[in-house]
Design a protein around this ligand. Structure first.
Ligand code: IMP
Ligand code: ZN
Length: 348
């Protein structure tokens, strides 16, 4: 897959803002996990959707269940987190916000707090190893688990935001969009916002979420994941579009993920074009690079070839993503400086 990416896209410095940890585990790491747990009888085809294949959203969520069986100890978690960070760095990602849902694994003694601590430890180890990437962590709320778990997760996120030296910066709302309703999670999300956690929320991933999106926009979120059905051409509304525009809320857009999980019909019909033409901040992301067999370089190349973007436009997209991140202002300035140095080298 990697050789299909032109050098420009690989060398382009990139910001990844929408990457689920478990979904980002590569085929190579997955092989290692499968080999280490032969009793689970898991086949590679159960953990990755190959290029050109498609699955329903339901089937994609089944894949995550399999992956969770494979990653059930602190050691696994430390190993996959470090591998995912290394792979993003090798792909030219210089700033990464990883998101993950803290899980309990009674059999191995993994607790939600140990889960978060292990991810933070992996991020710290990568920093000590001088891997050229700045990594932050968004603690994820799985919408399927309801309001009480959401509140518990917010408390965990708040505690680590205060004690992780800036590694935990915010929260994600994700999980099967057809299950549960945002209104039940609103108090938890409000609490998160009030204590200073940034919010990146999956919104309007499926058409039935129009009312929920209206509600979530009152928070408002700091970034929107997917937002596939916000605009009127696909059953959303101008009222939703106005609210997103007025508050200038960046969209995290994941082309391959949406095609493979069949929420968008084709690359050409991807809602990237709608928002990009409005001049709205759009950030290209991978979502689950392992499950969907992609990389961020590849997503940039795909956007460029599908929508006719020249190198200057691609550059602007990548640079604009810095301001959409949850990094402190001083870090954003440093990243802008690095981007300027890269620009003269890349000659675009
Ligand atoms: P983890 O939180 O690191 O275990 O990453 C996998 C989890 O991310 C899944 O169980 C889902 O809750 C969430 N996730 C991954 N991709 C998507 C998506 O496209 N939509 C909604 N949730 C997702
Ligand atoms: Zn996602």
């Amino acid at each position: 897959m990697e050789e299909e990416v032109e050098p420009f896209y690989r060398e382009l410095p990139k910001v990844e803002l929408h990457a689920h940890l478990t979904g980002s585990v590569s085929v190579a790491t997955m092989k290692q996990l499968i080999t280490g747990k032969p009793h689970l009888n898991i086949k590679h085809s159960m953990t990755t959707i190959r290029k050109g294949q498609q699955r329903t959203l339901d089937e994609c969520f089944e894949v995550f269940k399999v992956l969770h069986q494979l990653v059930d100890t602190e050691e696994d978690l430390l190993m996959i987190t470090k591998a995912v960070i290394r792979e993003f760095a090798e792909d030219g990602v210089r700033y990464l916000e990883l998101r993950s849902t803290p899980r309990v694994e009674t059999k191995t003694g993994l607790t939600k707090r140990r889960y978060v601590e292990t991810v933070i430890e992996a991020i710290r180890q990568c920093k000590e190893e001088d891997i050229d990437i700045d990594v932050r962590f968004l603690v994820a709320v799985d919408r399927r688990n309801g309001p009480e778990v959401a509140l518990e997760t917010v408390k965990i996120a708040e505690d680590y935001m205060l004690s992780s030296d800036g590694i935990v910066v915010g929260m994600d709302l994700s999980g099967d969009p057809t299950i549960g309703h945002g209104k039940d999670l609103l108090p938890a999300l409000q609490k998160a916002r009030n204590c200073g956690l940034k919010l990146a929320l999956h919104m309007s991933e499926v058409l039935s979420q129009k009312e929920e999106s209206e509600l979530l926009l009152t928070l408002p979120p700091d970034r929107i994941g997917h937002g596939t059905f916000l605009h009127p051409e696909v059953g959303g509304s101008m009222s939703l579009v106005h609210k997103v525009r007025q508050q200038n809320i960046p969209l995290e857009l994941c082309l391959t993920s949406n095609i493979m999980s069949k929420t968008v019909e084709s690359y050409e019909k991807h809602h990237f074009l709608y928002w990009y033409q409005l001049g709205h901040p759009c950030v290209l992301c991978t979502d689950d690079k392992g499950v969907f067999s992609t990389s961020l370089s590849q997503e940039y190349q795909l956007a460029a070839s599908t929508f006719g973007l020249d190198q200057e436009a691609v550059w602007m997209l990548s640079q604009q993503a810095i301001n959409c991140s949850f990094a402190p202002e001083a870090v954003k300035e440093q990243l802008q400086q690095r981007w300027a140095e890269y620009k003269s080298q890349l000659n675009c």
